[in-house]
Design a protein around this ligand. Structure first.
Ligand code: NI
Ligand code: MN
Length: 271
């Protein structure tokens, strides 16, 4: 992360609604919503399911076309006037379906970087290993390819939201090239990584110091748990942040620096 000595402001607040739905509030008060499956999300606490309570949203990011990720997109795009960014092909479906106004839509693709909230916040699209078709009105519509995002905030704090994904070797590139401070990773299994997959990916490919497990427990088939992730990580220094749906956590740049794995073991440390 960027070194800002003596800088004590909060790097980011991350609210997890349950499943993949996540709200990031930045230091300067910008609000980014990812995969807003909220009003019908069985994991989301009742009071948060009321979309009229959601307040300001500046940017909505969609990882892929599945219903448990596009969720409340149409309603929230209209209600909030937020910009909406997603893969270039799924974006066309959103316009055709009338879910997002063309002038609010940002079409981009993997490795692309956008700065829709000003130069301070950069959103990079990264690959995910999954599928992305959009099932609507009894028809299966092409949805391009599934993706994740690395979001760099004003203060340099970087968050990787993996979307739905299995383990893939490109995670090594994401970890090394974008060096995220925090990962949100699916652990439910069946449609995505399970806890053992996620632990292996964290330890061997991503090397990201803090992880919020997502996409588990919403339905019976996605049964992985944060406890299983912790067990699978064993002695690893990677911190599992076990949020309950509806909970948020505020991150500081100090957290990011304190949690970064040391390059060399200290002299008095046993190998
Ligand atoms: Ni999916
Ligand atoms: Mn999903």
């Amino acid at each position: 992360s960027i070194a800002l000595a003596g800088f004590s402001a909060n790097a980011a607040e991350v609210l997890w609604y349950g499943h993949a739905a996540t709200k990031i509030t930045t230091e300067e008060g910008k609000v980014i919503l990812i995969d807003p499956y909220i009003s019908n999300n069985p994991a989301t606490p009742e009071d948060l399911r009321d979309l009229s309570q959601i307040g300001q949203v500046d940017l909505i990011l969609i990882t892929h076309g599945h219903g448990d990720h596009v969720g409340d997109l149409a309603a929230l795009a209209e209600q909030t006037g937020a910009q909406v960014a997603t893969n270039a092909d799924l974006a066309r479906q959103f316009v055709d379906l009338g879910w997002v106004a063309e002038d609010k839509l940002i079409r981009f693709n993997k490795s692309g970087t956008i700065t829709p909230l000003g130069d301070g916040i950069r959103v990079v699209m990264v690959p995910a290993e999954h599928s992305s078709d959009l099932y609507h009105d009894g028809k299966l519509l092409p949805g391009g390819e599934p993706v994740g995002y690395v979001i760099e905030l004003e203060n340099g704090f970087r968050i990787y939201h993996a979307g739905d994904t299995g383990v893939f070797l490109g995670m090594e590139l994401i970890g090394a090239f974008y060096a995220p401070d925090l990962a949100l990773l699916p652990i439910g299994g069946h449609f995505t990584m399970d806890p053992e997959d996620a632990a292996w990916a964290l330890d061997n490919l991503l090397l990201i110091p803090q992880v919020i497990p997502i996409h588990y427990g919403t339905f019976g088939a996605i049964a992985g748990t944060p406890e299983q992730l912790k067990d699978a990580l064993g002695e690893s220094d990677i911190e599992v942040i076990d949020l309950k749906p509806g909970e948020s956590r505020t991150f500081t740049l100090d957290d990011a620096e304190a949690e970064a794995p040391a390059d060399e073991p200290a002299d008095d440390e046993e190998e």
